[in-house]
Design a protein around this ligand. Structure first.
Ligand code: FAD
Length: 500
């Protein structure tokens, strides 16, 4: 790099130097330009929290930049929600093709091309990545492709490849650096055989066997995907059920269905040691009250949770308060340093994209001095996209009882849904409403079954307006649709459903 001097001269020198190297010079040009910039809002981290916050801030008329060290869209778009759902969609289509005869369709030699499944996933991600970039451009958000580190509550140092390349001033800063996979030090990660979801999503070959450590959302979704394509999958979960935070009857049905389709599930079992011998993963496991066993597989996915990204951000150096490792925020998303805000995974659970985005919108509104409703973390819907899908919102039975509610529950099965029967999805699943016994207020809704990910949004609206089950009894749902189960369950809260 030349010594710092006249920016225009430097720019030409650097551009020339970079062209000789044959490298992309866009980032370098950005570095020199940015040294002179000031903003109303600078957002560090371009995931669904950060990029949404930046767009909202720009829409509110604030001069905004988004600093992203990797790719706009973050974990969700590049290593999380989107690629996994694209893979699951392909696997489900394959599953349906294999059932085609049942629907009177002849499809011979049904098979799959794994590389094409991977390529399609990449194409989906690229398309959405371009979409995010053009939205940022459309709303005038300046995208700075660099790593950002807080130097003070209104100053950010920018670096690339570990080298400081500039700095910016901003009246307000939103931290949205997200989370990363937990990599316990005793597990010998090698990016090939023993991997996290990040590496598994970059794979180009299908393992014939896979051990999944962790039966939470990520582990279960990957289990559904690989099992559908014929991989021999074993989930090892230390708690006594998979998806342990969901209603017990939902976890039980999900387990039963996955086991019936070929997934092996070991609960109350811990992985104690992992080694790779001759290209095979050997995992020593300990089943509760039993001896140690060794599982052997082509690959092992470690899905033991995620932790907030605070390293190299200046958060700790600046003395910003943490709580359980996450950045502590007040009801305005402001951290312990005035003018510095935090949102998304960095600011605590639930670690979900839609929660991050909503916090981004609210933080931007607060900074702009606009009215912003408070977020109710109990009303953040949760979805697992394996098969059958699981979707829930609000309190479980146990949570409601722990809060001393006197509750009533109503459960309506998909076996009685005409649409589920039409699509051949009526074998398993139900909707369960947890309501306050006296008032009928809906406290929680828990579903397992076909496309329940698409049904939960309606319940989200209802619960945001504190709907009573009796309000939903008189809402008209289109027939035949899966959504009718919501109305039926609401009737059931009051006494009797029509169709059972
Ligand atoms: P992130 O998306 O993690 O984005 C943070 C960004 O900050 C990253 O792009 C990172 O490069 C950048 N960054 C970090 N440090 C710096 C720095 N110093 N300077 C500049 N940039 C920096 N959630 C759902 O709601 N639905 C799902 O179906 C779902 N599926 C998932 C599947 C998997 C396999 C995984 C891993 C996660 C999934 N999630 C899902 C969770 C979801 O991805 C996260 O909750 C969400 O991405 C959090 O958004 P965020 O903006 O807080 O952070």
């Amino acid at each position: 790099m030349p010594a710092l001097g006249d920016p225009e001269t430097m720019l030409k020198q650097v551009q020339h130097m970079v062209r000789d190297d044959g490298k992309d010079d866009r980032g370098i040009r950005g570095r020199l330009y940015l040294q002179m910039k000031t903003f109303d809002i600078a957002v560090i981290g371009g995931g669904p929290g950060g990029y949404v916050a930046a767009i909202k801030a720009a829409q509110l008329g604030m001069k905004t930049c988004l600093i992203e060290k990797d790719k706009a869209g973050g974990t969700c778009l590049h290593r999380g929600c989107i690629p996994t759902k694209s893979l699951l969609h392909s696997a489900h289509l394959y599953h349906l093709c294999k059932r085609s005869q049942e629907f009177g369709i002849t499809a011979e030699n049904v098979g799959f091309d794994f590389l094409q499944i991977v390529r399609r996933k990449d194409a989906v991600v690229n398309k959405l990545h371009n979409g995010v970039r053009s939205l940022l451009k459309k709303y005038g958000v300046e995208l700075i492709e660099a790593e950002g580190r807080l130097a003070s509550p209104d100053r950010i140092i920018l670096s690339k490849d570990g080298e400081a390349v500039g700095e910016i001033q901003s009246k307000n800063i939103i931290l949205a650096t997200g989370s990363c996979t937990m990599r316990p030090s005793w597990i010998p990660f090698d990016d090939k055989y023993v991997v996290t979801s990040d590496e598994l999503l970059r794979m180009e070959d299908l393992p014939s066997s896979l051990i999944i450590a962790g039966g939470g959302d990520i582990g279960v979704e990957f289990a559904g995907f690989f099992n559908a394509l014929g991989t021999d999958v074993t989930i090892v979960e230390m708690k006594d059920s998979i998806l342990p935070f969901e209603e017990r009857d939902i976890s039980t049905i999900l387990k039963r269905t996955l086991v019936k389709s070929g997934v092996k599930i070991l609960t109350e079992t811990t992985v104690e040691d992992v080694t790779v011998i001759d290209g095979k993963v050997h995992a020593g496991i300990k089943v509760k009250n039993a001896n140690q066993e060794v599982l052997i597989a082509d690959r092992m996915l470690v899905a033991l949770g995620r932790r907030p990204v605070t390293a190299n951000t200046g958060i700790e150096e600046l003395g910003i308060e943490l709580q359980n490792g996450f950045v502590k925020i007040n009801e305005r998303y402001e951290t312990s340093k005035a003018g510095v805000y935090a949102i998304g995974d960095l600011a605590g659970p639930p670690l979900l994209a839609h929660k991050a985005s909503q916090e981004g919108i609210l933080a931007a509104l607060h900074i702009a001095g606009k009215e912003a409703p408070a977020i109710n973390l109990h009303l953040v819907p949760r979805v697992n996209y394996s098969w059958p899908q699981v979707a829930s919102i609000g309190l479980t039975v146990k949570e409601a009882e722990d809060k001393s509610y006197e509750i009533t529950t109503a459960k309506f099965p998909f076996t009685a849904s005409s649409k589920a029967i039409i699509s051949g999805d009526d074998e398993v699943g139900f909707i369960k409403i947890v309501a306050d016994k006296k008032s009928g207020e809906i406290l929680g809704v828990h579903m397992i079954g076909p496309d329940v990910s698409e049904l939960i949004g309606g319940l989200s609206i209802a619960m945001s307006f504190e709907a009573m089950a009796s309000d939903i009894e008189h809402v008209i749902f289109p027939h035949p649709t899966l959504s009718e189960v919501i109305k039926e369950a609401a009737h059931l809260v009051g006494g009797k459903a029509i169709h059972i």
